[in-house]
Each structure stands twice: as structure tokens, then as C-alpha cells.
Ligand binder design. Sequence first.
Ligand code: DGY
Length: 324
Amino acid sequence: MKKFNVYVTRLIPVEGLTLLRETCNVEINPEDRPLSREELLKNVKGRDGVISLLTDRIDGEVMDTAKGIRGFANYAVGFDNLDVKAATARKLPLSNTPGVLTLATAEMAWTLLFAVARHLIESEKIMRSGTWPGWGPMQFIGGDVTGKTLGIVGAGRIGTAMALMSKGFAMKVLYTDEVANTVLEKELGAKKVSFEELLRESDFVSVHVPLMPSTRHLFNAKVFAMMKPSAYLINTARGPVINEAELVEALRKNVIAGAALDVYEFEPKMVAGLAELANVVIAPHTASATKSSRAGMSVKAAKNLLAMLKGERPPDCLNPEIYE
Ligand code: DGY
């Protein structure tokens, strides 16, 4: 039987690749870096299917260049890099990897929350520099967590998981979402509130909305001014949800106490000034980077692609209407 011809735009964990290799010839970008636009266009040509990453812009041009392709399986839960409309118009299936990175991402949001609240990075720096003068009553005094108010912006899978993890810290939980989250309300007595109320009341604001036209720059100078001066902002969702230049200004002027970021508006770049601030924690988009989460993403992407190759609807289809 002829094997399918599959391209993977960057090396991913072996679990999914092993599945693909049963029925496909799999070629992988040999370089440990994102493909340039030219390389992407060249390498999708003549393929039956592609596993793409969040760093690949899969738009109409790529789809048309990949003439005859059966679909693109994104190795990420976020899919703002995919032009779903263009794919639907071409009856091409697209998929993502929901579920398997929920806990890892929620755990990272907590990691960032504690790191920024307790000045962990600055404290670590002084230890490594060998300049710590010894214990001091006024050193690195941070924000309290237990009993404080956690504001979850976007109570989907990851926002919900993060909120549920607050149980041990007896936090009051507020959230915004289009629909009521009965799990959070039942388990935590969480309250669905307006965005403005959440900003005004929360000690920690954690961002969990997808990037869409309506969420681009949802956080900007006006919004920071509505937050408590003692509040911290945590972002494990997508960088452009925050106006990063305005965040730098807000942090410089202590409009808010701090921010902890895993994602950036212009990845892999950061806006000028961000990296110099002491009241930020900056991680390199690693929220899903745990062994089980990344293996799960690999398997999901592979299973989705295998279904597309067989002409079946993939389990995590982003445009199911093409099968109607
Ligand atoms: C995603 O899946 O969308 C994360 O940003 C990377 O794992």
C-alpha cells in the first residue's frame, strides 16, 4: 500500500511520529527553528498532510501551494496561526490539541503567579551573584496569596483548571466568560462578573482567552488603570491579548504591582524595556512544556492528521462544517 507523504514543520516528541510512521513517510524540518515563509511554502508542496506549529502561518497561500493536501493538524491548542475561514472555503480540515495541556498550562500560571508575587527571579539573581548580604527584614517583601482574590479572564478548560487549583489557598474566585461556569460556581463559589468588576476586585488577574479580533489588546493602559495598584497580571494565553508597550509603561509607573508572562506580543521578541523591569517574570512560552503534555499533543496531532488522511473527520476538528 502506498504510504502517505507527511511533513512536520519542526521536531515534536516521538509518540505521535511513531503513530504516523505506521502508514506515512514522515519528513521533519531538520533544523531546530521555525521555518521561514519560503521554506514553509516549499515544504508543504506535494504533501498529503502537514503537522504545523503555532509559529507557522497557515493561510490561503499555504493551502493553495499545498494543492491536493488533505489537511493541517496544528500541534497546539491555540490556533490563531490558522486561517480557519480560508480552510473552510477550500473544504480543508484543520485541528488543534485541546485537553492534553490543560493542567500543565494551569500549573505554569501558578508557577508564574508565585514567582512574581514573591520576587523569585530577583531573589535568585542576588543569590547567584554572590552579593546577598544575609537575611534582612525589608528584603523582597512580596504579595500574599492565601485568602486573596483570583480573577480568571476566560473560564475555559485552562482557566477552570487554574481556578480549581486555588482551593488550597482559600481564594475568592471571580471570572469572566460568555457563559456561566457551573463547575467553578459549585466547587469554589466562584462568581461570574463583568470585566470591569474583575479588574477592580482582583489581586491576581490570570488571562485565559484565545487570541481573536475581540481579545487583541484587551489589556491596555485603560485596563491597567482599573486594576488595583497591588495587583499582578499573569498571561499564559497569547501575547497580543496584552498591549505590551502599554504594559511596560504601567509597570514602570507602578500602576500595577507586577506581571508574569509566558507569551509575548511579537514573539520571540519583547518590546523595549520589558526585560529590564524588576517587577516582571518572563518565561519563553513554555506553559505546555511538560513530558506528558507535549507527548499528548504529539499523539493528538498525529491522530487528527491520520483521520484527515483517511478522509475522516478528525477528533479535534476546527471546521466541522466542511463535513455537513
Ligand atoms: C498552545 O498549545 O496553544 C500553547 O501555546 C503551546 O503549547
